[in-house]
Ligand binder design. Structure first.
Ligand code: DCS
Length: 288
């Protein structure tokens, strides 16, 4: 039996149903989070849940649970499903109401859903690096909100997959923004650079963790924009996300980055990131 959360209750997935006029289904009117689970423990749960609350506030919704309550609920779900290595997916929509673009009455209850899924660490790709493809960023101007509306991201990812790539690296004009479901960082002369956390990117939790790791280990880190050309001539390119962790990008539009192999700064950051996971969640059986 697989357990899911529906509006604060842990129930059998077979018994979980959502009305056809849920606004998440009709409009993508809601927000979500993806949290990694290692050794049955959620990694950086507080950071994800704080972002969940911020995303909600940004679209005029309120999470009616405290971060402590949500953490306890999600941890129960992880335990109920005996999840060791995987993810928790959670989303909150503006609730069920007759279809109308304008927000429903204030008393309409948001729909909160969460489930777990087993997911290995992407060991092979983390060791070999992945290919990426450049793509114009056609998304809206509030990419800082982790909205359920992901069409721009989906179209980018699909094109990348069709081209045999792992990720689409998006850009607005000459400026690189972020991946379709990841942040992009470059390494230039030992310095790690990434797009500022403004409205054009999602302020990734993995990106934030890496920033802290850099600060703690005297690795220069700077938030600044960079161009496509600067990225193509960078020493190393990295993509980060909850599911992909610290992933070397070794080829962009068919051109090799760092001669097509993961660079030394990337490898150091992978080790430090793994150490951070182990600090929070205990020793990992597999580690890069
Ligand atoms: N940018 C976008 C557009 C994302 O969708 C994500 C994560 C990130 C950056 C990286 O953020 P985190 O480091 O906080 O994960 N996307 C999630 C997703 O949709 N699936 O897995 C992670």
């Amino acid at each position: 039996m697989e357990t899911v959360i529906l509006n604060g209750e842990l129930i059998d997935r077979k018994d979980a149903s959502i009305d056809v006029e849920d606004r998440g289904y009709q409009f993508g009117d809601g927000i979500y989070e993806v949290i990694r689970v290692y050794n049955g423990k959620m990694f950086t749960a507080a950071e994800h849940l704080e972002r969940f609350q911020r995303s909600a506030e940004n679209i005029g919704m309120k999470v009616s649970y405290s971060i402590g309550e949500l953490t306890a609920l999600l941890q129960q779900l992880v335990e109920k499903n005996s999840l060791e290595l995987g993810i928790v997916y959670m989303q909150m929509s503006r609730g069920i109401s007759p279809r109308n673009h304008a927000f429903p009455a204030a008393e309409t209850k948001p729909t909160l859903v969460a489930y777990t899924r087993e997911m290995a660490r992407p060991e092979k790709n983390m060791q070999s690096g992945v290919k990426a493809m450049l793509m114009e960023d056609i998304r809206w101007l509030r990419c800082d909100i982790k909205s359920l509306n992901l069409l721009g991201n989906l179209l980018a990812k699909q094109k990348a997959v069709e081209a045999g790539c792992f990720e689409a690296i998006q850009h607005r004009g000459e400026t690189v923004t972020e991946g379709s479901s990841s942040n992009i960082l470059i390494v230039k002369e030992g310095k790690v650079l990434t797009h500022p956390a403004d409205n054009l990117i999602l302020n990734g939790i993995t990106r934030k963790q890496l920033e802290q790791i850099c600060v703690n280990n005297n690795i220069p880190f700077e938030e600044c924009t960079f161009t496509i050309d600067e990225m193509l001539h960078a020493d190393e390119v990295i993509m980060t996300s909850t599911t992909s962790e610290v992933m070397p990008v070794c080829e962009i539009d068919g051109k090799g980055v760092n001669k097509g192999v993961p660079g030394s700064v990337t490898q150091r950051l992978q080790k430090l990131f793994t150490a951070e996971i182990e600090k929070q969640c205990g020793e990992l059986v597999y580690s890069v």
